[in-house]
Structure formats: C-alpha cells, structure tokens
Design a protein around this ligand. Structure first.
Ligand code: C5P
Length: 226
C-alpha cells in the first residue's frame, strides 16, 4: 500500500508571511511547497501581455488554453515559468499584484487553475499556501492554518520586499493597495478568502518567522503528522 500523502495548507491575507513560512516549513519537513498565488500571478502576467480586455471573459479563458505553467524548486526559492519564460521576478511587480483580481474573481479561470495546483501536489507531501487552499483546493488537508497579521505589519513586510527589489513605493500606498486586495479577496463569490472550518488560526503580527515556524511544527507533531 502506498503511504498516505500529507497536505498542510496555509491561507490568509497578503503579506501575513504565508510564503516565507510555508517555504520554510516545507524545507524543514522535506515536503514540496506550492505557492498558489504565483499561479494566479503568472496567469495574470500572461493575459496582460496579450493585451486582452480584462472585462471580456471568453477571450481570457481561450487564451488560458495556451498557458503552460512550470514551478521549479531551486536553491533561491521557487522559480516560475510560463511557456518556458522565467517570470519569477515580473509576477511580483505591483503592476501584476493590482490586476490579479480580474482573473481570481472568475470561476471559469479558477476552474482552469485549480487542476494545475492539484496536479502539482499529486502523490507527494505538500505545504500549500494561498487563499482557498484549505477551503476549496485541498478540503481534506491534514492541517489547515489561517495566518493573519495586522494591516500595518503586512504593509511594512511588503515594503521591505519592494525595497529589496528597488521598486519604490510608499508605505501608505502599499497599505491602501493591500487593503483593497484583501477586500476583493474576501468579498468575491468565487472561493473567497475565509478561515477554513477547523483552521488553526495564528496571528503573526508580533511573531518572528522562526516563532511561527516552531508553533506550526509543534502543531503538526501534536497531530502526529510528522
Ligand atoms: O499570495 P499572493 O499575494 O501572491 O496572491 C496574489 C493574488 O492571487 C491574491 O490577492 C488573490 O487575489 C489571488 N489568489 C487567489 N487564490 C489563491 C492564491 C492567490 O485568488 N489560492
């Protein structure tokens, strides 16, 4: 009999530290890591490049038939390729961040992107992070985490990331953008951001990444998952 695979999900609003925590947790446990936000970002980058009208769903869905995504784990983190083009860096630009909602809110788009996420996770132990990992994509996950942090702290963290890339933006602008994105992610009807039932809820506002990691490892051990 094949050993049962273990699925850990981390959902929550942008900037709460999900990616860093999920990647480090996956490394620590020897699991694969799925950054589902990167899937939506890559699709947005792809559609934006074609110059399609964001309001016109049919051409967007048709275009996504030619969207071929590859996620590659590397020493420097996960690399993202769309039709063999390395888009790891451009998909993090604010230009992309601020347009993802056009795709993320469409059930038709999600129907195309969810199977990619599930197939990435097939047959292996995984830590998956995003907005609907525990609620929709992996409803049978063994541990569902909801990671939150205050808006101010999340904006500060995102600013550091943008500063490191030399992308100039004020804290106020970032905070307003994050707030708008949170609102859209929570209010949309297709797979909105929500706390999955039975979620392990953690507020990371005052915690360092290492502390969050330790709490999650202990919780996974308590449930005898690792
Ligand atoms: O996590 P990240 O900031 O990279 O996600 C970018 C956007 O992708 C989110 O604001 C959300 O609209 C969308 N997303 C989603 N479902 C996921 C992951 C991300 O709708 N599972």
């Amino acid at each position: 009999m094949k050993p049962r695979r273990i699925v850990l999900t981390i959902d929550g609003p942008g900037g709460a530290g999900k990616s860093t925590v999920a990647r480090r947790l996956a490394e620590r446990l020897g699991f694969a890591f799925l950054d589902s936000g990167a899937v939506y970002r890559a699709a947005t980058w792809f559609v934006a490049r074609l110059g399609l009208d964001w309001e016109d769903e049919a051409p967007i869905l048709a275009a996504l038939d030619d969207f071929h995504l590859r996620l590659e784990e590397s020493r420097s983190g996960m690399k993202v390729f769309v039709n063999s083009i390395d888009v790891t860096v451009p998909i993090r630009l604010r230009e992309v961040s601020n347009h993802v909602f056009h795709l993320a809110r469409r059930p038709g788009v999600r129907e195309k992107l969810v199977p990619l996420q599930r197939s990435f996770a097939e047959g292996r132990n995984i830590v998956a992070e995003g907005r609907d990992m525990g609620s929709v994509v992996f409803p049978d996950a063994d541990l569902k985490v909801y990671l939150d942090a205050s808006l101010e702290e999340r904006a500060r963290r995102r600013k550091k990331e943008h500063d490191a890339r030399g992308e100039e933006v004020s804290l106020e602008v970032l905070q307003a953008e994050i707030q708008r994105r949170d609102h859209r992610d929570m209010m949309r009807t297709a797979s909105p951001l929500s706390k999955p039932e039975g979620a392990f809820v953690l507020d990371a506002t005052l915690l360092q990444v290492d502390q969050v990691l330790e709490i999650l490892v202990q919780e996974a051990k308590r449930r005898k998952l690792v």
